[in-house]
Write a protein that binds this ligand. Structure first.
Ligand code: HEM
Length: 494
């Protein structure tokens, strides 16, 4: 505690017990709901202590803007991960990286290629892959979640490395998945004592208790291969003059950029998107989660579905598939997308931001090293900004003035704001527009053929996804099937 902060209390929060602090009160599942409930007692920000760790839950949009954006110079670090980050090498990934020069360079490269309008260079990839997805759902309507996963995996590897994912057991995808599993295993709370006793890093590998160093070495080797091999592919394609334009190829051509940096940032594109779990195991990506949420919402809200379909039909007369250029002419479809991002939990707690210096906020002392946990769920269901926040009402974004755009929240804040948000925004919108133009989404049936309501439950974790639910997807017409098939002719469909 510095002299400046002496006398300032810590922010409000539940009573802390000696040593354990709030450890026993910490929710195990869907913590965003408990933290939203606690908002009634403790307010817009809540101070918690779990053993030696200081936490600040941020429940309000205004506070998140004030701390994470306006004071981003000292609220932009990430939690320290000794085993995964420092020993295995995950600190090279943008999402995990400490707030240092490498990180700032990653963000600069990402902004140059996929930031804002630059992302439009990848619209042809978006159009191709998302139309292919329609064909895939016509072929395998019962395999929706898998197909959404494959879609997002294909788009991201195409954008990052100009690589086309093979239909089954793609070697790069398998490698990345193995790495993710090892990341999860190495960050599971309590699995590696070195996290609690950092000096253990210096124990020789052959001593009892030193085996974790061998694991770190092996898993770190896998991580290096997952960074190196897709990059080697790009260089090989460039040498043979057949590389597709991608983040990596564009940056390599730019010549003034450091190769190690490009490699790590390219890798970060697909690991950032998969929402590398900082505190919990994950099993989904944010874009997968957003699209799954959309399908569930369409089963639950047939009227909104019909209304968006009518809007699209009026524009296209059923004669062509909507494109990203049509977006401004389809305001209700846009509103359905915004409401799909707002309504359900996607990454409800974003990722923690660690502070690098002490601060005073509204008369409270915010200690250095505190982990700020932005409760995006609470912000996107705050009655101060959203009328009937628990209802699915796309109309809220058609009013004059519209309610707060959830894209100001769902992608996080400040220097850590999602660098892929432009791509995510266009990709999610396009998928929604294409699906509504060509498919009817409805209730699924049980074993006796009776229609059933879908289960509305969400997995717990850094990234939430709707749990398996029953649905039906059918092409809207013969003409829709024909349009989808014709649209594939331009591409080499896999
Ligand atoms: C609907 C889809 C998506 C959502 C809701 C989303 C949301 C988020 C959120 C909440 C964060 C944490 C921000 C913070 O710490 O304040 C984040 C970080 C990140 N996202 Fe996304 N994201 C999406 C899609 C994507 C895509 C498509 C990409 C890649 C092209 C991407 C790349 C990243 C990366 C690299 C980070 C780490 C940034 C850093 O730590 O500086 N995301 N995203």
């Amino acid at each position: 505690q510095s002299r400046r902060s002496r006398g300032f209390p810590l922010p409000p929060g539940p009573k802390k017990w000696p040593i354990v602090g709030n450890a026993f009160q910490m929710p195990r599942y869907h913590e965003f709901l408990t933290f939203t409930e606690w908002k009634k007692t403790w307010g817009n920000y809540i101070y918690l202590r779990v053993f030696g760790l200081d936490l600040l839950v941020i429940n309000s949009y205004k506070v998140a803007k004030e701390l994470l954006e306006k004071r981003s110079d000292h609220f932009s670090d990430r939690p320290r991960l000794i085993m995964a980050g420092e020993m295995m090498g995950w600190n090279k990934a943008t999402a995990i990286s400490p707030f240092n020069n490498d990180f700032k360079n990653h963000r600069r490269l990402l902004a140059r290629t996929v930031g804002g309008k630059n992302a439009e260079r990848f619209w042809p990839v978006e159009e191709r892959e998302r139309r292919k997805f329609l064909l895939h759902i016509f072929e395998e309507p019962n395999n929706l979640i898998q197909l959404i996963r494959r879609l997002e995996g294909s788009v991201i590897l195409d954008v990052s490395h100009g690589y086309t994912v093979q239909k089954n057991a793609d070697p790069f995808v398998v490698m990345a998945e193995t790495c993710m599993d090892q990341f999860s295993a190495s960050t599971t709370y309590g699995a590696y004592m070195v996290e609690i006793f950092p000096f253990m890093r210096y124990i020789p590998e052959w001593l009892p208790g030193g085996q974790f160093k061998k694991i770190a070495r092996e898993w770190g080797g896998n991580l290096r291969r997952t960074i190196e091999e897709p990059f080697a592919f790009v260089k090989q394609e460039m040498a043979a003059n057949r590389a597709r334009s991608s983040f990596a190829s564009q940056m390599l051509t730019a010549a003034d950029e450091d190769e190690e940096l490009i490699k790590a940032a390219a890798f970060s594109l697909y690991t950032g998107e998969t929402g590398v779990p900082i505190l919990r195991v994950f099993n989904s990506t944010k874009a997968v989660s957003a699209l799954t949420m959309f399908f569930l919402l369409m089963v639950l809200n047939p009227e909104a579905q019909r209304k968006a379909q009518a809007e699209i039909d009026e524009l296209t007369k059923g004669q062509y598939l909507p494109t990203l250029q049509d977006r401004s002419k389809l305001p209700y479809t846009d509103a359905v997308m915004l409401e799909s991002l707002r309504w359900g939990p996607i990454a409800p707690m974003a990722f923690p931001h660690r502070s690098t210096s002490e601060d005073i906020f509204e008369g409270y002392r915010i200690p250095e090293g505190i982990l700020c946990l932005p409760n995006l769920w609470a912000m996107m269901h705050d009655p101060e900004y959203y009328s009937d926040p628990m209802e699915f009402k796309p109309e809220r974004f058609m009013k004059d003035p519209p309610e707060l755009d959830p894209r100001n929240i769902v992608f996080g804040f400040g220097r850590r704001i999602c660098p892929g948000r432009s791509l995510a925004d266009s990709g999610v919108w396009l998928t929604i527009a294409l699906v509504l133009a060509t498919c009817n989404i409805g209730k699924g049936v049980d074993e006796n053929g009776n229609e059933v309501d879908p289960v509305v439950k969400f997995t717990s974790g850094t990234i939430c996804r709707a749990e398996e639910f029953k649905y039906s997807i059918k092409p809207r017409s013969e003409k829709a099937v024909q349009l989808v098939k014709e649209s594939q002719l331009d591409y080499n469909v896999l």
